[in-house]
Design a protein around this ligand. Structure first.
Ligand code: ATP
Ligand code: MG
Length: 196
């Protein structure tokens, strides 16, 4: 049986990636090797991490995503702020925050529920919409973490822009030492807006 690593995500337009890239440039440069930075091209909003799936389940998964999306109107998201999980004292994942309307939270819950019906493990953490931009290396020394913490405290991020979400994609992820390679497997369009 052929298996692939898959996730469901929303793409970020190039101008938002560009804004993230320029506003985090000095942080990227000065943080040195303590952070494994995400390739800007790869920045995305994950709706659901599926893990290893069998190729034969692609059709059902695509149908599930398309039917949830067909019931969701397009919505606007705004990208702002820099933060980290779990907290600044123990930074592990560096992110750009997203301010999202209830429509996105609803879509995420529906995707979660319909993938659970197909047998995919439910997410144990509450949904916190964010764009992962870097991951702190496990081997980082306490002094390196301390240096990173002060850089994070000193970095201020202006608004990074807003964008309208009209599509959701199913991606395959091939993990490589130089970073993951994402390949789009299927797409779903959000409901067309009715003219009023
Ligand atoms: P790398 O693992 O090399 O750092 P990556 O995390 O971008 O790269 P994947 O691990 O394939 O690539 O993850 C794909 C997407 O799913 C990413 O948005 C990632 O944050 C998310 N993800 C990965 N593992 C999990 C998990 N266990 N729970 C929730 N989301 C996950
Ligand atoms: Mg990962």
């Amino acid at each position: 049986m052929s298996l692939l690593r898959a996730f469901i995500a929303i793409d970020i337009p190039p101008e938002i990636k560009q804004a993230i890239s320029s506003q985090t440039a000095s942080l990227r440069k000065e943080s040195g090797r303590v952070v494994r930075w995400v390739n800007v091209e790869n920045i995305h909003l994950t709706l659901k991490f599926l893990g290893e799936i069998s190729a034969s389940s692609l059709e059902l998964l695509t149908q599930a995503i398309q039917s949830e999306c067909a019931q969701t109107a397009p919505f606007t998201v705004s990208a702002e702020n820099l933060g980290c999980f779990p907290n600044l004292r123990r930074p592990r994942v560096l992110w750009i925050g997203l301010v999202v309307p209830p429509g996105l939270n609803r879509l995420q819950r529906q995707v979660e529920a319909s993938t659970a019906r197909l047998g995919y493990a439910p997410e144990d953490k509450p949904f916190a919409p964010h764009l992962t931009i870097g991951r702190v290396r496990e081997q980082a020394a306490p002094e390196e973490i301390q240096a990173l913490r002060s850089m994070l405290e000193q970095t201020t991020i202006a608004s990074l822009g807003t964008f309208t979400v009209k599509k959701v994609h199913l991606y395959k992820s091939d993990l490589k030492p130089e970073g993951p390679i994402y390949t789009r497997l299927a797409s779903a369009r959000l409901k067309e807006q009715e003219n009023k």
